[in-house]
Structures are given as structure tokens and as C-alpha cells.
Design a protein around this ligand. Sequence first.
Ligand SMILES: [Zn+2]
Length: 134
Amino acid sequence: MENAVLLRSEEPLAHSPFIGSGSEIWNWLQSLKEEVSLDLLREGPLCQSEILGLREGEESTANTGDIEWGHRAQLEARLREITDAQDRLLDGTYGKCVDCGEQISVGRLTADPAAYLCLACQKLVERQHQFCTL
Ligand SMILES: [Zn+2]
């Protein structure tokens, strides 16, 4: 088999407007997932806040726990994003905005293969967050 055969795909970019095949994106997401999982392990699950909690009593756990938990939650949310992206890859809905169904731009997917919102929806969400987290 020659490489030229691969380049002349029978499907004229019908459902994959981005560079790379599905399995390449899958591997990319997989390696991202491993990175985040490692970060999550390094966080040390709840050990620190448990120690602090024991020292200062129950009331302070809310405060100290928040920072720890906040970072953990971020990593866990990221992990979920990546897993969801892999699910969409299997579904054949990968690359589409989960909110409005529009095609997410290749640039966004190249920057973040786990992107699940188009630019317009992302901006909306960010604006909502600004209002909510006050
Ligand atoms: Zn959208």
C-alpha cells in the first residue's frame, strides 16, 4: 500500500473537517487524560485537608478544604471533559458544539481537543460565570 492511497480518502471530509484521523484524536485525548490523572494523584486525595481539619476542628474545614477542593474539582472537571470528548468521538458527534450543534472551529479543537462548545457558546458561558461567581 502506498501513502497516496491514504491521502485520497473516499469520504470528501464529510464528517472530519479537522486534521488527523479519529484515532489520532483519540490518542491525543488519551494522553491528555493521563496527564490530568497524574496531576490529580499528585494533589494527594484529601490528606492535607484532613490533617488541617483534625488540628483546627470541624468548623475550619470549610475554609481550608475549599482551596484544595477547588483545584481538585477543576482537574476532575477537566478529566470529565476529556472523557466526554472521547464519548463524542465514538458517537460521531465529536467536533460539534454540545449546546447549539454548530461545528466547532478547527482552531479551537487544535488548541483544545476536548473543546465542547463553539466560540459563541463559550463566550456566553464565560459571561454567565462572571456574573455567578461574584
Ligand atoms: Zn455553540
